[in-house]
Design a protein around this ligand. Structure first.
Ligand code: HAM
Length: 419
């Protein structure tokens, strides 16, 4: 017979979350949401399905994303549908829909799963989760400072110190002016240079200069552009100065910072791990003043970022900031005989009703093995249920850390375990 068993592998580029992965994921999500809420952000969400049009509309267009990276299909009613590759168009749609009822500035956060048809590699998968924090209806530069300070605080709340990451800031307006000063006014030329800058870290300096020369058709001009891009002069960046005034020191201007999306109009920023093993960005974001306009009506400005769970976990592992926290019950009840399995369940319920977390080990394993397993799973206490305990309603719980034993009735032990 032909062996045609199904593979146990997950779909290419996505992950299964076994309990140990799930525990890490939950820790990441909890730290994300409590930090966002400590800045007064409210949580929202939406469906993973979006009409494809919102990624193609003027203002949101991003050729690489739409043409090469989305999971798109036509549904049974002939509608073009896309699995959301990012959250920003969705949140812009939701803000535009409720614009009249909202009191600005609005601070919203979400932890969506996003789908991008990418070549799977370290830090890049086909499904990832992303903390999205955005402020709408605040044009002042201090909103830019607040959103970057929030991103910084997320990392600090994971136990990170300033030497572990770096905040890079740039500004699309400043870049436009800098190009104008060099005589480059054509928008397509600026876009071409910006896209090249986006790849600057990944190519050789000579190749960068060669491509730049091809774009502007002038070698000395290309050299001048390169010099400007490589200058670390913060100029009049009030955002960088303000962050430093707040006590955030690992921030600098990076004129080569481009960001892949065309919708950004002002400040743009990324945070990078200082460990070269993780050269991908931990997060990226920026100001986008016109995105809601594609849904009609007056535009509401936005500033925000997305922080991915894949690079976040790599960061925490690289800097040794993860502690295992797989949830384990406080008490494991171990029946000595099969016929005591049901009484064990009933006893477990009575402990649970008092607020304890309790499980039973109804396997056929020897009691020594059951105790060893419970210890490995970080269970705190064990209760061995034999005929005598069952009959006399007097039990003994064993502390699996220091091996001490405590005897008593159900009520006495509840009191002991909950104190
Ligand atoms: P983005 O730079 O495409 O921005 O993604 C932000 C972050 O999400 C990245 O820095 C990375 O941590 C993570 N990420 C992106 N793609 C993948 C992937 N394929 N696998 C794993 N992680 C990934 C945006 O998406 C913007 N919409 C963010 C934003 C919000 N801008 C303003 N508000």
């Amino acid at each position: 017979m032909k062996n045609n068993k199904l593979s146990t592998d997950s779909y290419k580029g996505v992950r299964d979350f076994f309990p140990e992965d799930m525990a890490i994921q939950e820790y990441i999500f909890e730290t994300w949401s409590h930090t966002a809420e400590s800045f007064g952000f409210s949580r929202y969400d939406a469906s993973v399905l979006e009409p494809s049009a919102i990624y193609k509309a003027k203002g949101a267009e991003n050729e690489e994303m739409v043409n090469e990276q989305t999971y798109s299909f036509v549904d049974r009613g002939n509608r073009e549908v896309t699995l959301r590759p990012e959250m920003t168009p969705t949140v812009a749609r939701m803000i535009a829909a409720k614009r009249r009822d909202l009191t600005f500035p609005v601070r919203w956060y979400s932890i969506p799963n996003l789908f991008r048809y990418e070549r799977a590699q370290r830090g890049r998968l086909r499904e990832h989760w992303q903390l999205n924090c955005d402020i709408f209806g605040a044009d002042d530069y201090t909103a830019d400072i607040e959103i970057i300070a929030l991103a910084y605080q997320v990392l600090v709340n994971f136990g990170a110190t300033e030497d572990m990451f770096e905040i890079l800031v740039n500004n699309r307006q400043t870049m436009k002016k800098a190009y104008e000063m060099l005589g480059i006014t054509n928008a397509d030329t600026v876009t071409a240079i910006t896209r090249l800058n986006d790849r600057k870290d990944k190519i050789e300096p000579t190749e960068y200069l060669k491509s730049l020369t091809e774009i502007v058709n002038d070698e000395s001009l290309a050299k001048e552009i390169k010099k400007m891009i490589e200058s670390s002069d913060p100029g009049d960046s009030v955002v960088v100065a303000g962050l430093k005034e707040m006590g955030i020191n690992n921030v600098r201007i990076d004129r080569s910072l481009a960001r892949g999306f065309d919708y950004y109009t002002g400040t743009i920023f990324e945070i990078k791990d200082t460990n070269p093993d993780n050269n991908r960005s931990l997060l990226g974001g920026g100001r986008y003043d016109n995105l809601t306009a594609m849904f009609g009506g007056e535009a509401v400005s936005g500033i925000g970022f997305g922080m991915g769970d894949v690079t976040m976990r790599d960061f925490l592992e690289t800097h040794d900031l993860l502690t295992s926290n797989i949830p384990a019950p406080t008490l494991m009840i171990m029946p000595l005989d099969k016929k005591l399995n049901l009484p064990a369940q009933i006893l477990a319920k009575q402990f649970r009703d008092a607020g304890l977390s309790v499980a039973t080990d109804m396997s056929d394993k020897k009691i020594g093995k059951k105790l060893a397993n419970a210890g490995e799973q970080f269970v705190d206490f064990a209760l061995i249920l034999g005929d005598n305990e069952y009959k006399n309603k007097q039990y003994q719980v064993k502390n699996l850390t220091d091996q001490t034993e405590t005897s008593g009735t159900l009520d006495e032990l509840i009191e002991f375990l909950t104190q």
